[in-house]
Design a protein around this ligand. Structure first.
Ligand code: GAR
Length: 190
């Protein structure tokens, strides 16, 4: 039987993308088609290549081109697209062709601390400065607005007086690594 094929889009350190590659490496139902990044020096390039996963490096102009991205994904038989620390806007044509098939993880409890420009440590800094008692992750479908698509799942962690931006980041990343692959799998196979 043909496996369900995922494309991973990543522009950060790639720890989530790597974790997802490892998680599905034993799956009989789901496989990784390729990793796409808009940063040629992103650590995920080397990490994915070591795992023998095809890696596509595109320019910022190319990843803004919905026709090009759609063509690549359709030609490579991609069923779902996973944003794992991917910071560029998804073009409209790709959204239309992959409606409810693009899943993102955001490092906070949306709708708090979301929107354009809110990514990575900026989010944790904002959580820290707002003296929140909790934060977490939101896994959601992607639509035309940053961080506003339908929520699939949220997971929480405590923020205490002893926390720093770095410890908040570590707690949130742990939630991402523990839950993102499982939620992807459940959502796709539901
Ligand atoms: C992750 O924490 C992810 O939630 C966040 O970027 C980080 C990437 O880490 N994404 C966003 O902020 C999107 N708005 P990674 O490169 O180690 O996976």
């Amino acid at each position: 039987m043909k496996k369900i094929k995922l494309a991973l889009f990543a522009s950060g350190n790639g720890s989530n993308a790597l974790n997802i590659i490892d998680y599905f490496s034993f799956s009989s139902l789901i496989e990784i088609g390729f990793v796409l990044t808009n940063k040629k020096d992103a650590p995920i390039v080397e990490l994915a290549q070591k795992k023998n996963v095809e890696t596509l490096i595109l320019s910022n102009d190319e990843v803004s081109n919905g026709t090009l991205l759609t063509k690549i994904c359709l030609e490579k038989g991609i069923d779902f697209i996973i944003l794992a620390g991917y910071l560029r806007k998804i073009p409209a044509e790709l959204l239309t062709n992959y409606s409810n098939k693009i899943i993102n993880v955001h490092p906070a409890l949306l709708p708090k601390f979301g929107g354009q420009g809110m990514y990575g440590n900026k989010v944790h800094k904002a959580v820290f400065e707002s003296e929140e008692f909790e934060t977490g992750i939101t896994i959601h479908f992607v639509n035309e607005h940053f961080d506003e698509g339908k929520v699939i799942a949220q997971f929480y962690c405590e923020v205490t007086k002893n926390d720093t931006i770095e410890t908040i980041q570590a707690k949130v990343q742990k939630l991402e690594h523990n839950y993102f692959p499982i939620v992807i799998e459940k959502t796709i196979l539901n």
